[in-house]
Structure formats: structure tokens, C-alpha cells
Design a protein around this ligand. Structure first.
Ligand SMILES: C[S@@+](CC[C@H](N)C(=O)[O-])C[C@H]1O[C@@H](n2cnc3c(N)ncnc32)[C@H](O)[C@@H]1O
Length: 436
């Protein structure tokens, strides 16, 4: 229901919980207990935070309960009968109105913040004024707009009061601009503890939120990538953070090479890989603290070459792995495309058995686009770094909108995918030719 908001708290920078007390007049009906657990109530029930809408009668009855109804929906006894004809008999007998005391606990976070923020700030709803928050373990994380900053402590206190799992409320101090993609935080309320534990893709992650990058709004995208990974895929993550791609990949039985420039991310990623590693698989993980280009040149490319060779030279491996793939993940959307310039260098280098390689390489490179035609924009920017790539090798996918005219996108580049259209590809030759 829509509670009337107290006017006395408007524009206040401290929280006065007492001001939220009021009495409301609500309809109710007394019904036998067996009528409670049915769906006949539809939208008629009074729903307020921390308020039971099914209560004991006074004096207590073993057979009947009192059900509170929403006064915005049920104005008359006839409304109640119309909405719930199957209990018309009880409505006829007992429908009435009662005064009910409401307090701070019965308001939602949004209602309290709306009541406090000046009208010009709160008119589009607290979420649109920048007071929307993300939850990361025990931390509620705000990115408050400047105009809302005078109210930051009162907003934080409301969140701390109302969300039982939240122990710390923080605000991002400015846009992410550091190399390590973390941002300065101000603790607004609660415990001075930024080391969080959270779950994603069936894995547990631990990290210091003030020192590394973690964005819960990317969880759907990360889960999408994890779904396309298979046991024995070889996975390289160039900008791995604390491991949200590589930890689930390892759990699936992929072989994992993970890199990040931020030593703090590397520290937590190593802990996360170790704590989540499944005993079921003997696959390995390797962690590096290098610049992305150096990681690609000195770790990724040599490992791909030796791995493809191992498979070519070993009949059994060819049989077992010919349906696998090599995946290279590049999630640093501001500049990841520019790191693709090391691929032509590598691909133009002489390598005698490259034409025979069995495993395709799938590069998932994230970027932002503000263009009308995001697909065209990404293809043309991508080709400045990989000029010899064909249109068929590239596909672009929308990930999420990050600002009104700015989309996060994923460009997928496929290299060495000969096996689907080349009957002569070693994997097919091998599988079709039992004499080999
Ligand atoms: C957007 S975050 C992505 C982290 C992780 N993949 C995720 O989805 O949460 C980008 C990461 O790249 C790292 N980074 C920034 N510049 C880098 C560079 N030149 N080489 C390697 N890593 C870099 C940052 O430390 C950060 O952890």
C-alpha cells in the first residue's frame, strides 16, 4: 500500500525514526484457518515490510485468524466480496476496519529515502537520483550523485537498518579511472570491513572490494560465458580480476591461465582458484601478474602453439580433444580492443604446422559503443587492430546498457575454425578414417 510519507523529515540530514509513526485505517476479515493457505487473496492483502498480515484474533482463537487487507485495493465490503467470492460468507460476517500503528520498520528503503530527500531530488525516485545500490557480500555499494551527497549518511543508515545481511555501506568516491579498475571508497555506515565473500556461478569469491574490480551487474554475462565452456577447454583470461570467469572454468575442468596487472587481484584470484578447485578434475591453473600484451605474447601464444602441437602429435589427444576449443577472454572494455594488435604480429610469424591446428580459438573481447550501429562501429574499430580478419570471423553481441547512449558489447573473433567447413581438417580425417 502507499503509506503517507512524513513531511517533518524532508531535507533532514539525520535520521529521526520517530517521525515515521502514524496510524492507518485498514480493512480486515476473520476467517477459518483452512482458508488462509489458498490463492484466493490475490492482491487484496496488506503488504508492508515487517508487518504480519495474518494475525491471531483477540482473544486468541484456535480455529480462526484475522487477515489484514490493503485499503488502497479494498475500500468497501462489496470490493472484498467481488475480489474473493469464495469467502463471501466470512466477509459478510466479519468485514470491518481497524486502526493500525505503523512505524519506521514498516516503510521500505525507497519510501524512507523519498521522504527525506528534497522533492527536486526525489521526484524521479531515489534510484534515479543515484541512490540505487548494489549488494556485494555484506556491502551495500552506492554511486551517489553530487546533489545527494549531503544526505549520504542518512541514506546509508536506512540501508543498514533495513537490510539484515548488510553490515557495511560504502560510496564510490569518483569514476573508475585507475589502471586496476578499482575506485576509492568511503565507508558511510557500519563495520570498517571491505573484505567480502560472495557467490556467483556456483563458486565462492573472496576479495577486498576497496582494492579490486568487481561488478555484480556483470554476473549474467559471466554466467553466459561459463555456460559455453566445456571440460578440457583451454581458457586464457587476459584481464581476470579476482577470477569470476576462470574460477568457474576451473571447476568445470578447463585448463586455466589467468592474468591481471593488479597484484591485489592476483592475490585474491589465487585464493579463489585454490578454494574452489574441484577434486574431481586433475586440471591445472596458472596465475600471472603481467601487462595484458606481455601475457599474450609470452604466455598465451607460446602455450597455444605447444598445445596445438601436442594434440597434433598425439593420436589419443586428437581423438579426445578435437571437439574442444581455446578461449581467450578480454574484459577491459575501455581499451581491450587495442590489445588485439598483438595477434597479427603472432599470426604473421612463421609456424610450420599452423595450417594443421585442430582446436579453434575463440576470443571474447569486450568493448563499449556509443554508435547508432554498434555492430558496424565495433567491426571497423576491431579491424584497425586486426586488419586481416574477415567479417565472417567476427560476431558482435549486446551485453548491457551502461549509460543512456552507451552499450557494453562483446566482440567474438574466431580463429582456426576450419573443422566445420573443411572435410580435410585433421579432426575430421581422424574421426572418419579408422585406419589412421
Ligand atoms: C573490467 S576488470 C574485469 C575483471 C574480471 N574479468 C571481471 O569480469 O570481473 C579489468 C581488469 O583488468 C585489469 N587490468 C587493467 N589494465 C590491465 C593491463 N594493462 N593488463 C592486464 N590487466 C589489466 C584490472 O586490474 C582489472 O582487474
Amino acid at each position: 500500500m502507499h503509506l503517507k510519507l512524513p513531511v517533518a523529515v524532508k531535507g533532514k540530514t539525520t535520521l529521526d525514526r520517530e517521525q515515521f509513526q502514524q496510524t492507518i485505517n485498514v480493512p480486515y476479515v476473520n476467517v477459518p484457518v483452512e482458508c488462509i493457505q489458498t490463492s484466493k487473496w490475490k492482491n487484496a492483502l496488506l503488504t508492508l515490510p515487517s508487518m504480519k498480515n495474518v494475525r491471531d484474533l483477540q482473544p486468541v482463537s484456535k480455529t480462526h485468524k484475522q487477515v489484514l487487507l490493503d485499503p488502497d485495493v479494498i475500500v468497501t465490503k462489496e470490493d472484498a466480496i467481488k475480489m474473493m467470492p469464495s469467502i463471501a460468507k466470512y466477509i459478510e460476517e466479519s468485514f470491518d476496519f481497524m486502526d493500525l500503528g505503523v512505524k519506521y520498520e514498516n516503510y521500505s528503503i525507497e519510501q524512507v529515502i523519498k521522504a527525506i530527500l528534497p522533492d527536486d531530488l526525489g521526484k524521479d525516485g531515489p534510484i534515479n537520483t543515484g541512490s540505487g545500490y548494489s549488494l556485494i557480500g555484506h556491502i551495500a555499494h552506492f554511486n551517489l550523485k553530487d546533489a545527494v551527497l549531503p544526505y549520504k549518511h542518512v541514506i546509508a543508515q536506512v540501508v543498514l537498518d533495513k537490510l539484515v545481511n548488510v553490515k557495511t555501506v560504502v560510496n564510490k568516491l569518483h569514476e573508475i579511472d585507475s589502471v586496476h579498475r578499482n575506485f576509492d571508497l568511503e565507508i558511510l555506515a557500519g563495520e570498517q570491513n571491505t573484505i567480502v565473500k560472495c557467490r556467483e556461478s556456483k563458486a565462492t569469491f573472496q576479495f577486498d572490494f576497496s582494492k579490486v574490480y568487481w561488478n555484480p551487474r556483470l554476473s549474467t554475462e559471466r554466467e553466459r560465458i561459463v555456460k559455453i565452456l566445456h571440460h578440457n577447454d583451454l581458457v586464457f583470461d587476459v584481464f581476470a580480476g579476482v577470477g569470476p570467469f576462470v574460477v568457474p572454468a576451473l571447476m568445470l575442468g578447463c585448463n586455466v591461465y589467468a592474468n591481471d596487472l593488479n597484484p591485489e587481484s592476483v592475490k585474491w584470484m589465487t585464493i579463489n582458484l585454490k578454494t574452489n578447485q574441484s577434486k574431481k578434475f586433475s586440471n591445472q591453473y596458472h596465475v600471472f601478474n603481467l601487462d595484458g600484451r606481455e601475457f599474450l605474447r609470452t604466455i598465451v601464444f607460446p602455450r597455444i602453439e605447444s598445445y596445438q602441437k601436442e594434440i597434433l602429435d598425439d593420436k589419443e589427444k586428437r581423438w579426445c580433444l578435437s571437439d574442444n576449443k581455446i578461449v581467450i577472454l578480454m574484459n577491459l572494455p575501455d581499451i581491450a580492443l587495442t590489445f588485439l594488435d598483438v595477434f597479427p604480429e603472432w599470426l604473421e610469424k612463421d609456424c610450420e604446422d599452423r595450417q594443421q591446428w585442430i582446436l579453434p580459438i575463440h576470443i571474447h573481447c569486450y568493448t563499449f559503443s556509443k554508435a547508432e550501429n554498434t555492430d558496424e562501429d565495433i567491426r571497423s574499430r576491431l579491424k584497425t587492430f586486426m586488419p586481416n580478419i574477415s567479417d565472417q570471423q567476427i560476431s558482435c553481441r549486446f551485453v548491457r546498457q551502461v549509460a543512456p547512449k552507451k552499450d557494453m558489447m562483446c566482440a567474438k573473433i574466431v580463429l582456426f575454425d576450419k573443422k566445420h567447413n573443411d572435410e580435410d581438417h585433421p579432426s575430421k580425417r581422424f574421426k572418419n578414417d579408422s585406419s589412421e
